[in-house]
Design a protein around this ligand. Structure first.
Ligand code: NAP
Length: 267
């Protein structure tokens, strides 16, 4: 069978991607080479028919998904290098620029960077895709198919990857903070912690499903439940007066700036 992809590092993220890719029939397991330090992580996929190889042999595949932790990449790159211009490297690694990835691998390979989020394991990732040096339309199309199997993809300029990480990569964290604050507020108005927890989770689930299925703009959704002089309107007014929106904008901007600083340190 013609090899399509090699995967370096079969941890949490690669496992989610491979499950989506095989479930949706995007690739045949026999066409995907896998390498990881821990053989236990490979057992299930080997059972499906994926060839397991030492990382040095991943170069047999025309495309290599690099899914090791960023701090493990220099050692991993030494096992793969040098790659030629016939190789596409697809990175999910946060903070490593495409030029730096390319030069660690010998300076000739094509690179596409991606930034999925924790939704990958549920098939609802928001993945940003950024073309790096040498990448072609065909490379983009392949990457879209790969990450389309675990959710939505959007193509952006690489300079916007830190911003994408701040909005959607770290995004679940902002919602968890809101959940935690709502829980504390529910306790403050008299519910016990367990009931507060249940009420918050179910409420955010309902809001998430509405956001998923309704095409209405956010302002209209808010208007739809905030009748004049009512309870929701009173709460929203006080939240806004207390800087809710400004705090969210400042937090996301700080996350973007931290991503840029980490990326600059890698250069
Ligand atoms: N998890 C997410 O939701 C998410 C979202 C966006 C981006 N990412 C990015 O995705 C990458 C992987 O994240 P993850 O959460 O999947 O990490 P992970 O679960 O730790 O998986 C990484 C895997 O790579 C293996 N590995 C490291 N160096 C290797 C080498 N030289 N040869 C073979 N295998 C090697 C690790 O083995 P050991 O454990 O033995 O070291 C581990 O099994 C990171 O760069 C992260 O920034 C993750």
């Amino acid at each position: 069978m013609e090899l399509q992809l090699g995967v370096l590092g079969v941890g949490h993220l690669s496992t989610a991607i491979l499950q989506g890719v095989f479930e949706h029939g995007v690739l045949d397991p026999g066409s995907v080479l896998l390498a990881d330090r821990d053989p236990d992580r490979l057992e299930d996929f080997a059972g499906l028919g994926c060839p397991v190889v030492p990382s040095t042999e991943l170069v047999r595949a025309p495309r290599i998904l690099c899914a090791v932790r960023p701090q493990d990449f220099p050692a991993a790159a030494a096992e793969l290098a040098p790659l030629g211009s016939e190789h596409l490297v697809i990175s999910v690694m946060a903070g490593l620029g495409s030029d730096s990835i390319r030069s660690s691998l010998g300076g000739a390979c094509r690179v596409v960077r991606t930034m999925p989020n924790a939704g990958a394991v549920l098939g609802c990732s928001m993945t940003a895709v950024a073309r790096g040096p040498g990448a072609t339309d065909d490379d983009d199309a392949f990457v879209e198919r790969l990450f389309g199997a675990i959710g939505l993809t959007v193509e952006i300029d690489e300079r916007m990857l830190s911003a994408a990480t701040a909005v959607s990569g770290s995004g679940p964290g902002w919602v968890y903070l809101l959940a935690s604050a709502m829980h504390d507020a529910a306790v403050a108005v008299g519910f016990d912690s367990q009931l507060a927890d249940t009420k918050v989770r179910q409420t955010i689930l309902a809001a998430a499903r509405t956001l998923e299925t309704s095409g209405q703009p956010f302002d209209q959704l808010i208007e739809g439940i905030a009748s004049k002089g009512g309870t929701t309107e009173a709460g929203l007014r006080v939240m806004r007066e207390n800087g809710f929106v400004e705090a969210v904008v400042a937090g996301i901007t700080a996350a973007r700036d931290r991503g840029d600083a980490l990326g600059a340190a890698d250069q």
